[in-house]
Ligand binder design. Structure first.
Ligand SMILES: [Zn+2]
Length: 350
């Protein structure tokens, strides 16, 4: 099992059940107006202030279509999906037997998934957002929806320009996992760097850094010290450790994007935190410098350049895992995953 890709590379699906399908314009219908399809799934549309018979859409939904258009997505190949059941809408678009899709949930370390971009087999792209963001009384919802959409639109544009990574199938197993993770972290950085610049930094990520690191280390301890000792499946150990760490790397990439957008450095409460010092600090400067060299999602970058960036970041990730106490490596007889150092895993965290 490789790290699940943000883009399901071989998604072969039936179409998801569609609650209502409407087409709407972000303008008055003048020639040249961009039209993007909007799908509402698993949601009572009247809760969103929509009168289906009148064909009128609330301003926020119109703004969202405008954001997608302004970010440069291909309008007739992009669909905005507002869903009341995010997990189900993701699973409707997944491979029927995929472990990733069967086990899909929206929890990520201390946070939640807010949006998701899913290319479809017919070369269109669905952008999923939580319906809760569109409930009229929720002022924060509007801000979150626009910000999330600027981020997701970058994934669409990256995909539609042929800049999304492949499966790195020719690489041996451990290397392939690091490359896949690195490539996704780079794409997340590209998306978030535009969101931070255009919609303003969210501040969520930096504020929660100490909690994030603590949650991460607890997850690693549970996986290595408790669960692995019971099932003794090194493949599962490798997958689980990498999965949680991959999430943290993505969140840290958002932090770098925020820092660049605001020209700020990390707060002292983070830098002076003991767990940060042990688990992140040794690789932070290198990680940050590499991401700063990555072009934003609104700049076009050839795959050759992105492959080289991913390769360099994959090297950092392999060394970072060693710092945490894990060696994931390819050997002539296959890949292997070892717990090499228990000191971080045995820290008192409660
Ligand atoms: Zn993203």
């Amino acid at each position: 099992m490789a790290v699940p890709r943000h883009y399901g590379a071989s998604v072969t699906t039936r179409l998801g059940p569609v609650g209502r399908l409407a087409r709407m314009a972000n303008g008055s219908g003048d020639p040249g107006t961009t039209t993007i399809a909007v799908t509402l799934e698993y949601v009572d549309v009247t809760l969103l202030g929509i009168d289906p018979d009148a064909g009128e859409f609330p301003p926020l939904l119109r703004d969202c279509v405008g954001v997608l258009a302004a970010c440069g997505v291909v309008p007739d190949k992009t669909r905005l999906v507002i869903t009341g059941d995010f997990v189900r809408s993701v699973q409707d678009r997944g491979e029927p037997d995929s472990v990733y899709h069967q086990n899909y949930d929206t929890r990520r370390n201390t946070g939640m998934v807010g949006g998701k971009t899913i290319p479809r087999p017919d070369s269109t792209v669905d952008v999923l957002l939580h319906a809760a963001m569109f409930v009229p009384a929720d002022d924060d919802g509007a801000e979150v929806a626009i910000r999330t959409l600027v981020h997701e639109a970058q994934h669409v544009v990256i995909y539609q320009n042929g800049e999304a990574g492949d499966d790195f199938e020719s690489a041996p197993w451990a290397r392939r996992n690091f490359l896949t993770s690195a490539d996704q972290v780079i794409e997340e950085y590209r998306a978030e760097s535009v969101a931070s610049r255009v919609a303003g930094p969210s501040g969520w990520n930096t504020d929660g850094l100490v909690a994030l690191v603590r949650t991460w280390l607890k997850d690693l301890r549970r996986i290595a010290v408790k669960e692995y000792q019971f099932h003794l499946d090194a493949g599962k150990l490798a997958y689980d450790i990498l999965q949680e760490t991959h999430t943290v790397w993505k969140l840290l990439a958002y932090v770098v994007a925020e820092q660049v957008a605001t020209d700020q450095t990390l707060p002292t409460s983070v830098v002076e935190d003991d767990l940060w010092a042990l688990s992140v600090a040794p690789h932070w400067a290198e990680f940050t410098a590499m991401l700063k060299a990555v072009p934003g999602g609104d700049q076009r970058a050839p795959r050759t350049e992105l492959d080289e960036l991913a390769s360099n970041l994959a090297d950092v990730m392999q060394r970072w895992l060693l710092t945490l106490g894990f060696e994931f490596t390819d050997m002539p007889e296959g890949s292997a995953f070892f717990i090499t150092d228990w000191s971080l895993l045995e820290l008192e965290l409660d």
